[in-house]
Design a binder for this molecule. Structure first.
Ligand SMILES: CC/C=C\CC/C=C/CC(=O)SCCNC(=O)CCNC(=O)[C@H](O)C(C)(C)COP(=O)(O)OP(=O)(O)OC[C@H]1O[C@@H](n2cnc3c(N)ncnc32)[C@H](O)[C@@H]1OP(=O)(O)O
Length: 302
């Protein structure tokens, strides 16, 4: 496979995302008795962040209708808000969930990787890498409250969390279905899955692009718990309450020990991975496959 395209990788956007988006954090910190504590809802247009009633816990809700596709804007806002939470030492745990009924996230925004130019693909892929690295290596305890469909990039996002609670609704499915779109999950998607469900199950799931209904997802270990739909968030919060009992320092060092070697795999060749992605996604045959897939999604309604 010849991977020869050379593209300029824009660095302005994600290295300093603060400079790119207007900060809409209202009442981020309130001085109380000389100590700064977070008390109010904050976040941005597509990522709401709300302190939970339990101390030290926040709920991060994705709100990018209709399907929470991971657009460049959503990815940027996610990273900004995560960084705020990481920097605010009052928070130790975060529940990630969705505001779109029946959908956790439809994964990467196909309109970002279809019909655009190489510079855009490079900028977008850098944002996807950044989202994965920040979530995967986060010092915070992350619990995914999967309240709907969770394909591809949505599944990847949930796999970066420390624990996954999924709605027990057979209409929903979770998995890395990239091959069904004619594309290939990159090595770091694969590594994240292997670290979660093991090599053999990953090999089968990735080749076949399997989307697991909740019961099968639980059996294979892709999610940790199934609960009725209206209990997904409350269960995620109670899981976090249990994890909060562990001393942070020891837990964080342990998490880092488990995950750093996988993250290093990407950190060592981020630029090469971007070049590979841009070459691959720019091919006519891949663009045709993506266009056909998008057209099929759009036709579903008609
Ligand atoms: C070298 C490495 C190379 C490549 C690696 C690239 C990695 C990619 C990973 C990915 O994440 S690719 C994205 C994969 N995602 C999917 O396959 C999910 C596709 N969507 C669905 O299956 C369904 O939309 C749903 C189950 C999430 C929701 O179903 P439903 O509630 O019936 O909604 P609709 O299907 O009617 O969709 C509403 C609306 O949203 C558009 N849309 C859906 N998914 C995406 C998406 N991922 N990106 C952009 N837009 C999406 C859909 O076309 C509809 O648009 P309308 O204009 O018709 O309203």
């Amino acid at each position: 496979m010849a991977l020869t395209a050379v593209v300029r990788i824009p660095t302005r956007a994600l290295l300093r995302p603060w400079a790119r988006l207007r900060d809409s954090a209202l009442g981020w910190m309130e001085p109380v008795g000389g100590v700064e504590v977070s008390t109010q809802r904050f976040g941005s247009q597509r990522v709401l962040v709300e302190p939970a009633s339990a101390a030290g816990v926040a709920v991060m809700t994705f709100k990018n209708p209709p399907v929470n596709s991971l657009s460049l804007e959503l990815l940027t806002e996610l990273v900004i808000n995560l960084e705020k939470l990481e920097n605010d030492k009052t928070f130790r745990g975060v529940v990630l969930t969705s505001d779109c009924p029946g959908i956790f996230s439809a994964g990467l925004d196909l309109t970002e990787i279809c019909g655009r130019n190489p510079a855009h693909y490079a900028e977008y892929w850098k944002a996807v890498q950044e989202m994965w690295l920040r979530l995967y290596l986060s010092n915070l305890m992350l619990v995914a409250a999967i309240n709907g469909a969770c394909p591809a990039g949505g599944c990847l996002m949930s796999l970066t969390c420390d624990y996954r609670v999924m709605a027990d609704n057979p209409k929903y499915a979770i998995g890395l279905n990239e091959t069904l779109l004619g594309i290939v999950a990159p090595f770091w998607f694969k590594d994240t899955l292997v670290n979660t469900i093991g090599h053999r199950a990953s090999e089968r799931a990735l080749q076949l692009g399997l989307l697991f209904p909740p019961t099968e997802a639980l059996q294979v270990g892709m999610v940790d718990r199934l609960v009725p739909e209206d209990q997904v968030q409350s269960t995620a919060l109670s899981v976090l309450a249990q994890w909060m009992a562990i001393p942070d320092h020891a837990r964080q060092l342990t998490k880092n020990m488990m995950r750093k070697p996988t993250a290093d795999g990407l950190l060592k060749k981020r630029d090469e991975d971007i070049q590979n992605f841009v070459s691959f996604i720019s091919r006519d045959s891949i663009q045709k496959s993506l266009q056909m897939y998008l057209a099929k999604l759009r036709q579903k309604k008609g």
